[in-house]
Design a protein around this ligand. Structure first.
Ligand code: SAM
Length: 333
């Protein structure tokens, strides 16, 4: 039990127990809303090593971090991710390890990830149409993603969550087919409102397909839904259950219904920069502290200071919004 005084609490009283770690900025697809075709990826020596990540997590657990999610870039393109999962899952104090993946490399790895101690998996998939998949991701791989999702189920992950980005004028036709696929296979489908972290400044408010519109499409195309009874008020997704008992859909309304006031997250980029918000403009250089020979107490102090300095919330809906320089793939979505 971590004494309250030692916990990561910001000036708005938010307690942070959730750390998202990007293991690489590389990706094997090029989603048009996420990253450009040509990217200067980080050289290997700039990435935190697994040992450095493990050390950071150990320090973070002393301040109450108990939930970890690995992400990227595409986490599964980094060699040895099951080894990293195992290292993290066995750190005392860690109760939950998850991973967010595009699913392309998942099928052959699902079992190894489960065996390593991974228990939560989110697979990103925006469409059930292979031609549209190619258009959106600028790569092939639709079949591998479907295989990956089914392999994850087979390995024991329950639920497997499927995340789709919702962009107006683009995603409407995909909502119902994704809903049907999720119902057929017992998957938990979640839609994420399009956020201004894209390559090429394409984002504008008019391009966000709002959660309420998605619910209408699902209700019309599949059947009525009602708010889930057992909501976690701190969770980013607001859940709805089909009235016929056919499963659950989550809506992550980051733009139309920001959940900043219940945010419990910090993020570590693949090059070891700590970010206290997805949209943060400042970062804390954890890698420099580690490679500069600083003791754990200094790393803990840096983490505590970063959380203490967290702002009230992102400003997407105001004229004050400043888009961070880093794109989604290099932050870790
Ligand atoms: N490669 C992994 C994947 O595809 O899940 C992990 C990283 S990816 C950046 C994490 C999630 O961020 C994906 O579900 C992706 O669709 C989402 N994403 C990327 N750019 C986004 C944007 N501009 N707005 C909303 N979600 C975005």
């Amino acid at each position: 039990m971590i004494p309250h005084a030692d916990r990561l609490i910001d000036k708005f009283g938010r307690i942070h127990n959730n750390l998202r770690i990007s293991v690489t900025d590389r990706c094997n697809i090029r989603c048009v809303y996420c990253m450009p075709e040509v990217v200067d990826f980080l050289p290997r020596q700039e990435l935190l090593t697994f040992e450095e990540i493990e050390r950071f997590v150990q320090v973070a657990t002393t301040l109450g971090i108990d939930k970890i999610r690995l992400t990227g870039g595409e986490p599964l393109v980094r060699r040895g991710v099951p080894t990293l999962v195992e290292k993290i899952a066995t750190i005392p104090g860690i109760v939950d390890v998850g991973l967010t993946t595009n699913g392309i490399l998942l099928a052959p790895m699902a079992e190894a990830l489960w065996d390593a101690g991974l228990r939560r998996i989110n697979v990103s998939l925006d469409t059930m149409d292979p031609a549209k998949f190619l258009e959106l991701t600028r790569r092939t791989g639709f079949e591998q993603v479907i295989e990956g999702i089914l392999a994850a189920k087979e390995a024991g992950f329950d639920p497997v969550k499927v995340n789709a980005v919702a962009i107006k004028g683009m995603s409407e036709a995909d909502v119902v087919p994704l809903g049907q696929f999720a119902r057929e296979h017992g998957l938990e489908l979640r839609f994420i409102e399009y956020m201004p972290l894209d390559a090429g400044n394409l984002w504008e408010r008019g391009k966000v397909l709002f959660a309420a519109e998605i619910l209408d499409l699902l209700a019309e195309g599949i059947g009525p839904l009602s708010p889930a009874p057992d909501q976690d008020p701190r969770a980013p997704a607001v859940d709805y259950d089909y009235d016929d008992g056919g499963g659950r859909v989550g809506l992550i309304a980051s733009v139309s219904r920001p959940f900043c006031m219940s945010c419990n997250r910090v993020r570590l980029t693949a090059d070891g920069k700590l970010r206290n918000c997805l949209f943060a403009l400042d970062e804390t250089d954890i890698r420099a502290l580690m490679r500069g020979g600083q003791p754990d107490s200094e790393i803990a102090r840096a983490l505590r200071e970063s959380v203490a300095g967290k702002w009230e919330g992102h400003q997407i809906n105001t004229a004050r919004f400043i888009k961070p320089e880093r794109l989604m793939h290099s932050i870790g979505g």
